[in-house]
Ligand binder design. Structure first.
Ligand SMILES: [Zn+2]
Length: 135
């Protein structure tokens, strides 16, 4: 009979560890493998463990060579943190690009304003010169 789907990831750790270390008895192993298609957390954990440590769910060559659940969790969390960091940096660079574009626009606008003011002054000066007026 398959295990119930894990809602608390920590609850999955003992079974996951035992499975990855090949310490489950055949019946428990069968139950856990029946549980995998139902439980996304466990499936992902096994997939991550499999990608980090190829051949992990097979019998380990030496006893105790497999990392502990805590190590596995730490590695999964580190991977998650790296993904989050990458996303954050991506967002940051997008924000920076936007700020840069706004800064350029503001600079252009102020340049435009300065240019306009200069033109106005020159026009005013020209006006004064051509009309012979002025202070
Ligand atoms: Zn599970």
């Amino acid at each position: 009979m398959p295990l119930p789907v894990h809602t608390d990831p920590r609850a999955a750790v003992p079974e996951l560890t035992a499975y990855l270390r090949n310490e489950l008895d055949p019946q428990a192993r069968q139950d856990f493998e029946a549980h995998l298609p139902l439980c996304e957390r466990c499936r992902k954990a096994v997939a991550v463990a499999g990608s980090l440590f190829p051949g992990m769910a097979q019998p380990p060559p030496t006893a105790g060579a497999a990392p502990s659940a805590a190590e596995l969790l730490a590695q999964m969390e580190a991977q998650l943190a790296r993904t989050r960091e990458r996303n954050r940096r991506l967002q940051d660079s997008r924000r920076r690009n936007l700020l840069w574009a706004l800064g350029v626009l503001a600079a252009l606008a102020s340049l435009g304003a300065i240019g306009f003011t200069l033109l106005q002054n020159r026009a005013g000066l020209a006006h004064r010169v051509t009309t012979g007026g002025g202070p």
